[in-house]
Design a protein around this ligand. Structure first.
Ligand code: MG
Length: 296
């Protein structure tokens, strides 16, 4: 019998989960979880509790362990092309990289002499560049690291950092850019959690320029904060009632209901088929029959 959390809008939805699948809660009593990313070299998934200024890890061996406290109000994470952990830090107003010894290197904290706002989420482009969003939640919200510092940049942009360290701001036409995921080298899906909330599609050129191609989809209830794509290009989006799964062109296949607002998801685990879900005060996993979209 299908677990009642799985709500199919299309019969194909239920093929995305093994028989007997059910959401399982791994972490609880957090405040605002975000930024799940599986780190194969360490056999664990990392996630943030942004508002407790803390990161956690859940290991393949099944242990929930403290990762870093204080965490510099880290939010979103991804891996770079070498498999190193990349973090968005509200506290440092920077994009950071973790080195093998555990220390952090600042990759970007200013643009044309002005400090970044508060990097929120980050994605790896197939060419090795890191694209990250820079809304002002970490400036506006004391509970997310805001110290009353002013915004220095004239906008809330999406930045591109090339492997050789060149920083540009290819997207400047969004209100509050948030989660992002590449569908291909030439297509970026970008969530905006501000006015006109929705997930927008951008055409990307090989030299890193971006042009708005249109609204790709909108979830109801709530907004897309974070999103990831599976190997078939399906979209796994956060929403207020859970995780919505959509076709590559943005039509809903179904949703996994959660008791709290979901902020973000990632695929991971030893075989890559576990969906990890950050849902407000909780951290969860769901077994699936899919794996993440990769470009290698
Ligand atoms: Mg976010």
């Amino acid at each position: 019998m299908t677990h009642p959390a799985f709500q199919a809008a299309h019969p194909d939805f239920l093929t995305l989960f093994p028989d007997g699948a059910a959401p399982e809660q791994l972490g609880r009593e957090h405040t605002w979880t975000e930024g799940p990313t599986y780190v194969p070299s360490r056999q664990r998934v990392i996630y943030s509790d942004v508002r407790q200024n803390h990161t956690w890890a859940y290991t393949d061996a099944g242990q929930l362990v403290e990762e870093q406290r204080p965490s510099g109000y880290q939010n979103g994470h991804c891996l770079d092309a070498q498999g190193r952990l990349i973090a968005c830090s509200h506290g440092a107003r920077a994009l950071l990289r973790q080195e093998p010894d555990g220390s952090w290197t600042t990759l970007a904290d200013q643009f044309e002499g002005q400090r970044l706002n508060s990097p929120n989420d980050v994605a790896l482009h197939p060419d090795g560049s890191l694209w990250f969003t820079d809304p002002t939640y970490g400036l506006d919200k004391p509970e997310e690291g805001g110290r009353g510092e002013p915004m220095e940049l004239p906008g809330r942009w999406v930045f591109r950092l090339t492997p050789d360290g060149q920083l540009s701001a290819p997207i400047r036409d969004r209100h509050k850019p948030n989660g992002l995921a590449f569908a291909s080298a030439s297509t970026l899906l970008l969530a905006d959690t501000g006015d006109q909330a929705g997930t927008y599609r951008y055409d990307i050129t090989p030299d890193g320029q971006a042009t708005l191609a249109g609204l790709h989809f909108r979830v109801t209830p709530g907004k897309t904060d974070g999103l990831r794509l599976d190997h078939a290009g399906r979209i796994w989006s956060s929403a207020a009632d859970g995780v919505h799964v959509l076709t590559p062109d943005g039509h809903e296949l179904g949703r996994i209901l959660f008791p709290e607002t979901v902020s973000n998801v990632c695929f991971g685990g030893a075989d890559g088929s576990t969906l990890f879900v950050t849902a407000s005060t909780g951290f969860w996993r769901v077994p699936t029959t899919v794996t993440a979209l990769t470009f290698r």
